[in-house]
Design a protein around this ligand. Structure first.
Ligand code: FES
Length: 158
């Protein structure tokens, strides 16, 4: 029995389409996540001035959207930035410049600002997300988040 030409052609077209999607998927995923799957790239956004934070020692901003409060701090001569939402239950965490650590007032979890937001002690089981920043012409530019912002199923959706 001879197979109809049109269904074979349709099958080949569909297979070619699926192959193209499969080939493009890794490139798409690579732009959204790092090797460990925690890095989320966003549009670059100027969040402040490096000269200002160097004087004040810290600066609040929102990234990637208004529902995500963050803080940039000077740590050992470097600007580091983190989400201010505790990874345990989302309470706003506070920065202690002397300890170079963030502390949650709700259940006392602490996170090390020198170690990319690593959880030191407490109820939280995840590090606080680090906001990735770069400096260009004195501008602090945020461009990604390393970790999942509290309360979100995905950093991408918000
Ligand atoms: S909400 Fe921060 S430790 Fe519980």
């Amino acid at each position: 029995m001879k197979e109809p030409q049109s269904s074979r052609r349709g099958f080949l077209k569909a297979a070619a389409g699926m192959t193209a999607v499969a080939a493009a998927a890794p490139a798409l995923l690579a732009s959204q996540s790092s090797k460990n799957g925690n890095f989320y790239g966003y549009e670059e956004k100027v969040v402040g001035l490096a000269s200002k934070i160097k004087g004040a020692g810290e600066m609040d901003f929102n990234y990637p959207d208004v529902d995500s409060p963050c803080k940039a701090v000077m740590v050992n001569g470097q600007i580091k930035a983190y989400s201010l939402l505790c990874t345990h239950k989302g309470c706003p965490i506070m920065y202690n410049a002397t300890k170079k650590a963030f502390r949650c007032p709700c259940h006392f979890s602490e996170f090390d600002a020198q170690l990319d937001g690593q959880m030191i002690i407490g109820q939280a089981t995840e590090n606080i997300p680090e906001i990735l920043v770069k400096i260009e012409d004195d501008k602090i530019i945020a461009y990604g988040v390393n970790g999942l912002i509290y309360g979100r199923e995905s950093n991408i959706k918000g």
